[in-house]
Design a protein around this ligand. Structure first.
Ligand code: SF4
Ligand code: SF4
Length: 376
């Protein structure tokens, strides 16, 4: 993809020798032992902290920060209707994997020379090396109590990318250099975290974090569904409340929100065919876990809107061929009825009884039984 010069000027970079990061490796090992290893990362602590795991003769690691922050469009939540579904900023606009890699490949030849750039290992989020550890080592930014890296003047709204090369790269004269804290210690992020995933300064339990849970496939823990609120994919809360993110500059235009990224009607997600999905959401980072995951999340958003008038529109999903959709639809109907203190009426109650009789999946039967128990 083509990035403009103006966009590329917003990308900052610095470089460090490709030495093994023993401290980071030890931290990752400890976290893994405590069951706090980050999800979706199939690499060992050693692979994540040692550049030779991707290039045997690695000499330097060039670390890039690619800003993505954009303000909410003014009419993204209409005050007169039920809350619309939300996607976190990191999934607005173009798929960040593609944009970050494109920025790195555009800038790298000037930094290391054309030949070395050809041999480089480039990654953006999906490679073995832990980008944040390398960015901290390189002094690209400081870390807040919400565990995010902050790179002035863009705050924590930055993606990281890196390139491992087999030549020595000097730190540029105007290189960002920050090892200090950007954080006032105000604890707003910890207090605002809806699930307690951020349980202490610099301590994050990824298994309770909605950024992860909204990407997790399958049945979500019942106790965390309410905490999802109207989040369809991702969570911005611990960054949005942070005063260090006030008045920061906008990121690349490639990350400006498209119409489909904001003010989303959850029923449009539920009605989306596989073809619709492939031509829209599948192109975006929010679509990487597939249509079913988004539709399950949309059911949770509907439940949390708590509108009894929407129950009729949820009922067809009790007959979906996918158990995770049937199960979350049953939960959503029960949740709305319970929260509003409404009674479903005789025909729905009989329908749920019938569903329990014929339902082959025990997880869906469980949800349907809970529905009945909550209303009878
Ligand atoms: S992303 Fe959301 S759920 Fe995760 S730590 Fe931040 S506020 Fe908590
Ligand atoms: S919200 Fe407060 S404690 Fe959390 S990262 Fe920002 S400044 Fe630090």
């Amino acid at each position: 993809m083509n990035l403009t010069d103006r966009d590329l000027q917003k990308v900052s970079w610095t470089a460090v020798p490709a030495r093994r990061l023993y401290e980071a490796e030890e931290r990752l090992r400890r976290r893994a032992l405590c069951g706090l290893a980050p999800p979706f990362v199939p690499f060992s602590p050693r692979e994540r902290a040692d550049a030779s795991s991707v290039m045997r003769d690695a000499r330097s690691v060039v670390v890039f920060s690619v800003p993505y922050g954009h303000p909410d469009p003014p009419d993204s939540q209409s005050s007169s209707s039920a809350p619309r579904a939300e996607v976190s900023r990191s999934s607005w606009g173009r798929d960040y994997h593609e944009v970050v890699k494109s920025a790195v490949w555009d800038l790298l030849p000037e930094i290391v020379g054309r030949n070395a750039a050809r041999r480089a290992h480039v990654q953006a989020d999906a490679g073995p090396l832990e980008e944040k550890a390398w960015a901290i080592r390189a002094g690209l930014g400081g870390v807040g109590e919400n565990t995010c890296i902050y790179v002035p003047p863009y705050g924590s709204w930055v993606f990281l990318g890196l390139a491992v090369v087999d030549v020595n790269v000097a730190r540029p004269d105007d290189s960002p250099h920050s090892h200090g804290s950007v954080c006032s210690g105000c604890r707003s992020c910890i207090e605002a975290c809806p699930t307690g995933a951020l349980y202490a300064p610099h301590r994050l339990n990824p298994k309770r974090c909605l950024s992860y849970l909204t990407q997790h496939k399958g049945f979500l823990p019942r106790v965390l569904r309410r905490a999802m609120g109207n989040r369809l994919f991702g969570c911005d809360t611990c960054q949005a409340v942070c005063p260090a993110n006030d008045d920061v500059c906008r990121g690349l235009t490639a990350f400006a929100p498209e119409d489909m990224d904001v003010g989303i009607d959850p029923f449009s997600i539920l009605q989306m065919s596989e073809e619709d999905f492939r031509s829209t959401w599948a192109r975006k980072s929010s679509g990487w876990r597939g249509r079913r995951t988004l539709q399950r999340n949309a059911l949770i958003v509907c439940a949390n809107r708590g509108d009894t008038q929407e129950i009729d529109r949820l009922l067809p999903h009790l007959e979906d061929r996918r158990p995770v959709i049937r199960g979350h639809a049953a939960w959503a109907v029960g949740e709305i009825l319970q929260r509003t203190g409404s009674h479903p009426g005789r025909s729905l109650e009989e329908g749920i009884h019938g569903m329990i009789q014929s339902e082959p999946d025990p997880r869906v039967r469980f949800e349907a039984r809970r529905l009945l128990a909550g209303i009878s």
